[in-house]
Design a binder for this molecule. Structure first.
Ligand code: DAK
Length: 257
């Protein structure tokens, strides 16, 4: 892996993926996205890993897709490269993914953070969809996920002007989970990851799937889907363990079975 660093055992049951093109502010070229997809797919299959953190560095989470790589493409080049299949595979990661964001999260970088399940940001984080300034529109979910997260008026302003919002604004708009001082953002993401990793991996996976379904369906269908997953948790040993532990006033020891 050239453009990401993967640590499968960053902490107990927690893996860390670092985007690693610092000179280019982690611009998301095709190779980086392919490596990210491969790492997430591998972690999804690694039993020991229950939660994944994706991060950049203090200056940039990612400043967008690699403009230099895309600049000379025409529409057919873009179609044949089919980046969407890579992004779709990333979106389908079953385990929870937390984005730990500092500095720039722009264009594809903001879309990547929004593709993750939760976002912990440093005070220096800046979120934006500046594609309009280079003559294109967001292409990896920005118009959809941003609008669902922060509402039409704010999303429209960001997408049509390309202006950035601060971490504090992103928090107040409901885009992210928490803002902390820059020296703590990774630590804070780890704290959240460890809390989730202590739950039943079976229930966590099903719950993630059910929450995501709310973006894709109407309420009736979403509720139906949620019910099926709820019943399914009763087929797990973790459900018995979790409920027995509560009754016996002890900490549950989940096995992911
Ligand atoms: N691509 C390529 N290189 C980039 C880059 C990017 N997005 N962002 C920064 N860099 C490079 C700069 O060119 C510079 O390289 P050198 O000139 O040193 O060789 C280096 O990183 C440092 O950047 P700056 O010198 O510009 O640093 P500043 O602090 O002055 O400015 C900045 C930081 C983030 C404000 C500025 O770099 C900037 O405006 N960057 C571009 C931001 C942007 O427009 N992002 C949106 C890109 S379009 C799709 C999926 C996703 C997408 C599309 C399709 N499919 C699935 C089909 C996404 C599209 C986008 O993200």
């Amino acid at each position: 892996m050239e453009f990401i660093k993967l640590n499968k055992a960053y902490a107990e049951h927690v893996a860390l993926i670092e985007l690693n093109r610092p000179k280019e502010l982690n611009a998301l070229n095709l190779q980086l996205m392919g490596e990210l997809r491969d790492a997430l797919q591998e972690l999804d299959k690694t039993d020991e890993v229950r939660v994944i953190i994706v991060t950049g560095n203090e200056r940039a989470f990612a400043a967008g897709a690699d403009i230099k790589q895309m600049a000379d493409n025409n529409a057919i080049d873009m179609l044949m490269i089919d980046q969407f299949s890579t992004w779709d595979q990333i979106r389908k990661t079953k385990k929870p993914v937390i984005a730990a964001v500092s500095g720039f999260a722009l264009g594809g970088g903001c879309e990547l953070a929004m593709t993750c399940d939760m976002i912990i940001a440093s005070e220096t984080a800046k979120f934006g969809q500046p594609e309009i300034k280079i003559g294109v529109t967001p292409g990896a979910g920005g118009t959809q996920r941003l609008t669902k997260a922060i509402g039409k008026a704010r999303a429209m302003e960001m997408v049509l002007t390309g202006k950035f919002i601060s971490a504090e604004e992103a928090l107040s708009f409901g885009l992210i989970n928490k803002v902390v001082p820059v020296e703590m953002y990774l630590q804070e993401a780890l704290k959240l990851a460890l809390e989730i990793a202590s739950m039943s991996p079976v229930a966590v996976q099903l719950a993630k799937e059910s929450v995501n379904r709310s973006f894709e369906t109407h309420l009736d269908e979403g509720l139906h889907f949620e019910r099926k997953n709820f019943y399914l948790t009763f087929a797990s040993e973790d459900q018995t363990e979790g409920m027995n532990a509560f009754v016996e006033k002890r900490k549950a020891n989940y096995k992911g079975k």
